[in-house]
Design a protein around this ligand. Structure first.
Ligand code: 5RP
Length: 299
């Protein structure tokens, strides 16, 4: 399965310009065809999500272990040291909020010139297949791919699932294939039963979202199942920084993604690492909680 994924990555890389290949290689490591992206973009429609209230505090201890960081320009500018050498996956879609009319009504929020200025290694945008604003979000993707191709910047399409949609292989393979057909270079989706069918129908690398916070062992099983069924990696957020031991958690996810650890081995590592995880969220987040443990509409 691993060889299969590397092959996919190589075939698509060989037809790309140098800049596109170079940026994509920063996101999906060519040595193993795998990727550990840390998602911290939740505030773009959720506001100050629990344990991401002060982004810098959540991001800093995790940066050394992330292959890349997914975030908006606002959080990049305010909360990440520009001397940091972690590649940035810039979310460039949004302009909706959790209390607004319809989350699927997204537009492109950041220009390609701005993305270049911010030295983005990849652009991320959500598509809402089957929703009221399906056409608008798919047209956004097609336009973004055109712009990305012009400047050699790959595009990550995020298949966001509306509340009313079943998050099963039948739906996800449709959404992922549509994203790839429109030119996405990487697609982010959800793990589901028969995930290999989603992988088979999508000719570009697939990475999975972590979803709502789970007990650590379950989250590690999810990551491992996704990898063994053909995902190139994870774009995980809450299951890392909402853990009481986020550094231990990201190191354990890293062991699955890049060191072929199984879920039990990774959990063993988590138990060892949590003893020395000085970033313990309980200690660092001594703010009075004003937020609830939000569930994303896509969970
Ligand atoms: C939402 C996103 C988020 O970055 C992503 O889904 C969050 O990751 P997680 O589910 O692991 O917290 O792209 O559209």
């Amino acid at each position: 399965m691993k060889l299969y994924i590397i092959k996919i990555a190589c075939v698509s890389l060989s037809t790309m310009d140098w800049g596109m290949q170079n940026r994509l290689a920063k996101i999906i490591h060519p040595e193993d065809g795998r990727c550990l992206m840390l998602a911290v973009d939740h505030g773009y429609f959720l506001g100050p999500t629990e344990r991401l209230e002060v982004p810098r505090r959540a991001i800093n201890p995790l940066l050394p272990y992330a292959d890349s960081l997914m975030l908006t320009r606002g959080i990049l500018r305010t909360s990440v040291d520009p001397k940091c050498d972690v590649p940035m996956v810039l979310r460039v879609s949004g302009a909706t909020s959790i209390i607004g009319e319809d989350l699927s009504k997204e537009t492109i929020t950041t220009s390609i010139e701005e993305a270049i200025r911010l030295n983005a290694s990849c652009l991320a945008l959500s598509i809402f297949v089957g929703s009221k604003y399906e056409h608008q979000t798919l047209a956004n993707l097609a336009k973004l791919v055109d712009e990305g191709e012009k400047y050699g910047i790959p595009v990550l399409a995020v298949t966001a699932v509306g509340k009313e949609m079943a998050r099963d292989a039948r739906y996800l393979r449709l959404a992922c294939r549509v994203a790839a057909e429109l030119g996405a270079h990487v697609v982010k989706t959800y793990y589901c039963d028969n995930f290999e069918q989603v992988v088979e129908g999508c000719p570009v690398p697939l990475i999975i979202a972590g979803g709502k916070k789970l007990p650590e062992l379950e989250a590690l099983k999810l990551a491992h199942d996704a990898i063994t069924h053909g995902a190139a990696g994870v774009d995980m957020g809450r299951n890392i920084w909402q853990s009481d031991w986020p550094v231990a958690m990201i190191k354990s996810v890293q062991a699955i993604v890049h060191k072929n650890a199984d879920a039990e081995e990774a959990y063993g590592l988590f138990l060892e690492e949590k003893e020395s995880d000085k970033s313990s969220q309980k200690e660092r987040h001594k703010v009075v909680r004003t937020t609830v443990n939000q569930s994303m509409p896509f969970d």
